[in-house]
Write a protein that binds this ligand. Structure first.
Ligand code: ADP
Ligand code: MG
Length: 158
C-alpha cells in the first residue's frame, strides 16, 4: 500500500546548518494541532533528532533532548501537552511496534508524537500525520521534505 505520493508534498526546505534544522522544527511546532503525528524518515545523522529538539523548543520544552534509540521513547510534558519522541530503529516490524504499545502514543489526542524511523510502521500511522523525509546532501546541508497525509480523525480513539 502506498501511503504517500508526490502530490502530498507540502514543502521542500534546504537546511545549511544544525541551527537551521532546529529552527525549522521549532517554527513547525508552533503551528501543530496537539494530536498530530510527525513521521520522520531518513538515514543516521541526517538531522531527525536535531529537528525533534527544535519541535520541543517550539513547544516550550527546555530539557535536553537526546535520542531515544535505547529507551525507544522519551516523554515530555509542557503546558498540559505531551510530546512523545520515539525512535523505532530497534523495532523492525509493525507487530513488535504494537507489542510495545505504539498505538497508545499515536492515538493520544493530547500529544504530539514524533517518530524517528517511522518507515518501520507505514500501516500504523493513522490520524493527522505529517511525513518528513531527511536527506544529507553534504556535511552541513540537508534537504527536508514535508508531506501530508490525513486520515479521518473518527478513526482515532479518545
Ligand atoms: N543542516 C544540518 N541539520 C541537522 N544536522 C546537521 C546539519 N549539518 C550537520 N548536522 C549534524 O548532523 C548530525 C545530525 O544528528 P541527528 O539529528 O542525531 O541525526 P539522526 O537523528 O537523523 O540520526 C548532528 O551531528 C549535526 O551536528
Ligand atoms: Mg536520531
Amino acid at each position: 500500500m502506498t501511503l504517500i505520493n508526490s502530490n502530498n508534498l507540502i514543502e521542500e526546505f534546504i537546511s545549511n546548518s544544525e541551527q537551521e534544522t532546529e529552527r525549522k522544527g521549532s517554527s513547525l511546532a508552533k503551528t501543530l494541532a496537539t494530536e498530530t503525528t510527525l513521521a520522520l524518515h531518513g538515514d543516521f545523522g541526517c538531522g531527525k533528532t536535531v529537528f525533534t529538539r527544535g519541535i520541543a523548543r517550539g513547544l516550550g520544552i527546555e530539557l535536553p533532548i537526546t535520542s531515544p534509540s535505547f529507551t525507544i521513547i522519551q516523554e515530555y510534558e509542557h503546558a498540559h501537552r505531551m510530546l512523545y519522541h520515539l525512535d523505532l530503529y530497534r523495532i523492525d516490524t509493525e507487530e513488535n511496534a504494537l507489542a510495545f504499545g505504539i498505538d497508545e502514543f499515536i492515538n493520544n489526542k493530547n500529544a504530539i508524537t514524533v517518530i524517528e524511523w517511522a518507515d518501520r510502521i507505514p500501516n500504523l500511522l493513522i490520524g493527522d500525520c505529517i511525513t518528513i523525509k531527511f536527506e544529507s546532501v553534504s556535511l552541513q546541508q540537508r534537504v527536508i521534505r514535508f508531506y501530508h497525509k490525513s486520515v479521518p480523525s473518527s478513526l482515532k480513539s479518545d
